[in-house]
Design a protein around this ligand. Structure first.
Ligand code: BES
Ligand code: MN
Ligand code: ZN
Length: 495
C-alpha cells in the first residue's frame, strides 16, 4: 500500500458461485442475458421477464437494458445479440453495461444468471467485465465523489446449472491482478517509486512458495556492467531497482518463458525534457513492469506448471547535475556501446540490460512489455498494442493469446533495413532515430539487438496502458497485458 493512501476504500469485491436459481440467492439485483432468437429460460412466476421482452421494453440487441422489480429483487434483462457474434469480449462489455446501471440503482449484491452453453472464456468474461468495470481508484479520496454510486457493489454471485466455480475462480484471480496493475499505474510517482515496486515483488514472493525475488539497487546494477540501465538511473535521487522474480513450480534448467517489463516510475524525458503536456501523465511509464509483476503473481496463484522468470527494470528518468547527457556513450551489459542522442528514449536503454539479464538467466522465450513510444499511439491509437517479433511461430502464439483475451495487438515489421536508422558515427548504436521516422520500429529494432537468438516478442503499450476506451476500462490506467501474459504462460505450459 502506498504512503498517503486511504485503506478504508481499498476493498476487493467478493465473488461466489451457486447452482441455485438467482431468486433464491441473497442478491438484491439479478442480471439475465438473452441472445437473439431466445427467450428467458427460467422466468419467475407470472413470467414478468418474458413479458418485458414480449412488450419490447427488453430487447435482445447487444447491450440493451431493461429493468423490472419482482420477488423482492430488481431484475435486469440485458441483450446479448447474436450467439454467433458472442465472445468473451462481448461478455465483458455486457457486464460493464450492467455494472453502470446497477451503480445508479445502489446495488450491493449482484447475481449474474449465465446463459446456457457458455465456454470458460465467456464465463470469465462476465466475471472480469464485472470486476474491471466496478473498479475505482479512490485511495487518495476522503470519500467517493457525489456523482459516483453509493453504496458500492460488494458482492457478485454467479449462478449456473452446473458448477462454474473453477472458471470463475480463475477469472477472479486474473481480474484482481489486472485491477492491482491499474492501481500501481494510477499511483503517482511520489508514492510509487522503484522501491515500492520492489516491495510489491517481495510481497508476491512471500505469498507463493514457488516464487522467489532478488532486487539489485544502483551499486548492483553498475557492478553488473549494466551501463545502459545505470545511465538512465544516474539522474535520479531515487534508488533504482532491477527486480528479478523467479517462478519455479517444477525443477528444471532455465525458464520456459521470460517476461521483461519497463518500469520507469516517472519519465520527465531527462535533459531532452518533455513539454509539460506530454510529461503530465508520465507516472504511467511503469505500466509494462507492473503488468509483468502482477501477471506473474496470477500465474503463481493459478499454479501454472511452467517455469517463468520476470525481469522488471525500475527507475526514474530525471534531470539533475548527474543526469546522462545527449552525446554520452554508454556500454550495455551485452558489450554493445550506445550513443545517447536523446535522453527521452530511456526505456530501450533500461530494457536492453533487462533483456540481456533474462537471457543470461536461461529464458528460452522472451516477451517484453513497455510504454515505449509515442509513435505507437500515432500508428494504432488506444485500441491495439504494437507487436514486434523476430520469430513467426512465437509471434503467432502471442497473437493467439491476444485474440483470446481481447487485449489486441497488431504486428509491425522489422526488416533488416530499419537497422540503418540506429547506426551511430561513434558507437555501435544510437538510442533514437530521426524524429517522425518509424519511431516504434526504431525502438523495437534497438531492443532486437539485445535478444540474441532467443525467440522474442515486444509489446509497445504506450497507447493501450491508458484511456483504453473499452466499456470496462474507459479512462485512466487499463492494466493492459495481464490477461495476455497469463494466457501466454498457459499456452507455453500446454506445449
Ligand atoms: N515513455 C515514453 C513513451 C510514451 C509516450 C508513453 C506517450 C506513453 C505515452 C518514452 O520513453 C519516450 O519518451 N519515447 C520517445 C522516444 C523518442 C525520443 C525517440 C517518444 O516517443 O517521443
Ligand atoms: Mn521517454
Ligand atoms: Zn519512457
Amino acid at each position: 500500500m502506498a504512503k498517503g493512501a486511504n485503506p478504508r476504500l481499498d476493498r476487493a469485491m467478493r465473488v461466489t458461485t451457486t447452482t441455485q436459481a438467482p431468486v433464491d440467492t441473497a442478491a438484491d439485483t439479478v442480471a439475465i442475458g438473452v441472445f437473439e432468437g431466445k427467450d428467458v429460460a427460467h422466468d419467475l412466476d407470472g413470467s414478468p421477464l418474458q413479458a418485458l421482452l414480449d412488450a419490447g421494453e427488453a430487447r435482445r440487441t447487444f447491450k440493451h437494458l431493461a429493468l423490472t422489480h419482482a420477488a423482492g429483487k430488481r431484475w435486469i434483462v440485458v441483450g446479448l445479440g447474436e450467439r454467433d457474434d458472442f465472445d468473451a469480449e462481448r461478455a465483458r462489455a455486457a457486464a460493464a453495461t450492467v455494472v453502470g446501471r446497477v451503480g445508479e440503482l445502489g446495488t450491493r449484491v449482484l447475481c449474474w444468471e449465465l446463459p446456457h452453453r457458455l465456454d470458460d472464456a465467456q464465463i470469465a468474461g462476465f466475471v472480469d467485465g464485472t470486476l474491471l468495470a466496478a473498479h475505482r481508484f479512490d485511495r487518495y479520496r476522503a470519500a467517493p465523489p457525489e456523482d459516483e454510486p453509493q453504496p458500492r457493489l460488494e458482492e457478485l454471485i454467479v449462478s449456473d446449472h452446473h458448477d462454474v466455480s473453477a472458471a470463475v475462480g480463475r477469472a477472479v484471480l486474473v481480474a484482481e491482478a489486472q485491477n492491482r496493475t491499474r492501481d500501481l499505474v494510477a499511483t503517482p510517482a511520489n508514492d510509487l517509486t522503484p522501491a515500492t515496486l520492489a516491495d510489491r515483488a517481495r510481497e508476491l514472493a512471500a505469498e507463493h512458495d514457488a516464487l522467489s525475488v532478488e532486487v539489485l539497487g544502483r551499486d548492483g546494477i553498475v557492478a553488473a556492467g549494466m551501463g545502459a540501465f545505470a545511465a538512465v538511473a544516474q539522474g535520479s535521487d531515487a534508488e533504482p531497482a532491477l527486480i528479478t522474480l523467479r517462478y519455479e513450480p517444477v525443477a528444471g534448467e532455465g525458464f520456459d518463458l521470460g517476461l521483461v517489463g519497463k518500469a520507469v516510475t516517472f519519465d520527465s524525458g531527462g535533459l531532452s525534457i518533455k513539454p509539460a503536456q506530454s510529461m503530465a501523465t508520465m507516472k504511467l511509464d511503469m505500466a509494462g513492469g507492473a503488468a509483468v509483476l502482477e501477471a506473474l503473481g496470477a500465474i503463481a496463484a493459478l499454479a501454472l506448471p511452467v517455469r517463468v522468470v520476470a525481469v522488471v527494470g525500475a527507475t526514474e528518468n530525471m534531470l539533475s547535475g548527474h543526469a546522462m547527457r545527449p552525446g554520452d556513450v554508454v556500454r550495455a551489459r551485452a558489450g554493445t556501446t550506445i550513443e545517447i542522442v536523446n535522453t527521452d528514449a530511456e526505456g530501450r536503454l533500461v530494457l536492453a540490460d533487462c533483456l540481456t539479464h533474462a537471457r543470461e538467466l536461461g529464458a528460452r522465450r522472451l516477451v517484453d512489455v513497455a510504454t515505449l513510444t509515442g509513435a505507437i499511439v500515432s500508428a494504432l491509437g488506444h485500441r491495439r498494442a504494437g507487436l514486434f517479433a523476430d520469430d513467426d511461430p512465437w509471434a503467432a502464439t502471442v497473437e493467439e493469446a491476444a485474440a483470446a483475451t481481447g487485449e489486441l495487438v497488431w504486428r509491425l515489421p522489422l526488416d533488416p533495413e530499419y537497422g540503418e536508422l540506429i547506426k551511430s558515427p561513434v558507437a555501435d548504436l544510437v538510442n533514437a532515430g530521426e524524429r517522425g521516422v518509424a519511431g516504434s520500429i526504431t525502438a523495437a529494432e534497438f531492443l532486437r539487438r539485445f535478444t540474441g537468438d532467443v525467440p522474442w516478442a515486444h509489446l509497445d503499450i504506450a497507447g493501450t496502458a491508458w484511456d483504453l476506451g473499452r466499456p470496462y476500462a474507459a479512462k485512466g490506467a487499463s492494466g493492459w497485458g495481464v490477461r495476455l501474459l497469463v494466457a501466454l504462460a498457459q499456452a507455453v505450459a500446454a506445449e
